[in-house]
Design a protein around this ligand. Structure first.
Ligand SMILES: Nc1nc2c(ncn2[C@@H]2O[C@H](COP(=O)(O)OP(=O)(O)O)[C@@H](O)[C@H]2O)c(=O)[nH]1
Ligand SMILES: [Mg+2]
Length: 226
């Protein structure tokens, strides 16, 4: 007797999520608003990177930052100090942001007033990678303090990423990490993946990162408009 009904809940949730993500893309297009989804473990440096950009571009670009966190608004407060508008989403037990949450956040603000949107996803190297939040790209931030095996141990995450950041390279000697070796190993696994080495502490690689996501070009366009 076979009366087992199999419902693929995950697939249905993803389908519903993808419809909303597409709606977000269409809406952003109307406002010419780029958006990147930054994911990575707790402590890899996501908020520090956004603080750095918020400070550097404070007088030229207006950022909207959507922060996902289980419980606190610490990250939104940190980045908000530099004048960016930060919207905090507390997910409770949710290990990643979903498109409906981003759509709700975007409905709370006047999108005409922003030049660029950052999503700082919930600190987690696994869950956010397979959920589309309506961004142009997913960027994974990892750091040398997480050890040399992060790229090898998270194949889905890096396959789904358009860019990877290897942060805290100032700490590589203390961690006894051979950065070139780590990057070579990562490229063996993901030949297409661009990996930028950064240190928020020293500023190394941050200009390249900014260029890569279009902050420099966006700045010129804004200046040209004035
Ligand atoms: N030495 C060093 N520390 C960093 C760097 N980036 C971030 N940190 C530190 O790492 C810790 C976690 O950073 P945070 O931005 O909160 O990580 P998040 O959880 O990914 O948002 C903080 O104490 C930062 O000051 C870096 O490039 N070099
Ligand atoms: Mg953070």
């Amino acid at each position: 007797m076979s009366n087992i009904l199999r419902i693929n809940i995950d697939q249905k949730i993803q389908e519903a999520n993808n419809i909303i993500a597409q709606r977000i893309r269409e809406k952003r297009q109307q406002y010419n608003l780029p958006m990147v989804d930054i994911q990575g473990s707790v402590g890899s440096g996501k908020t520090s990177i956004l603080e750095y950009f918020a400070e550097k571009y404070v007088s030229t670009l207006k950022f909207l930052v959507i922060n996902g966190d289980l419980a606190t608004d610490i990250d939104a407060q940190r980045i908000g100090r530099f004048g960016s508008t930060c919207l905090q989403i507390n997910t409770g037990r949710g290990c990643h942001l979903m498109a409906f949450q981003i759509e709700k956040a975007l409905s709370e603000v006047d999108l005409n007033t922003f030049d660029f949107i950052f999503v700082e996803n919930v600190g987690n190297l696994i869950c956010p990678s397979t959920t589309d939040v309506g961004a142009d790209s997913k960027i994974t931030v990892t750091s040398v303090t997480e050890g040399p095996y992060v790229f090898r141990k998270h194949p889905i995450t890096f396959k789904m990423s358009q860019l990877a950041i290897l942060n805290k390279i100032d700490l590589a000697p203390a961690m006894e990490i051979d950065v070139d070796e780590v990057i070579e190993g990562a490229h063996d696994l993901y030949p297409q993946l661009e990996i930028i080495q950064t240190s928020v502490k020293t500023g190394v690689g941050m200009d390249l990162f900014a260029k890569k996501i279009g902050l420099e070009t966006k700045k010129k366009k804004e200046k040209g408009r004035n």
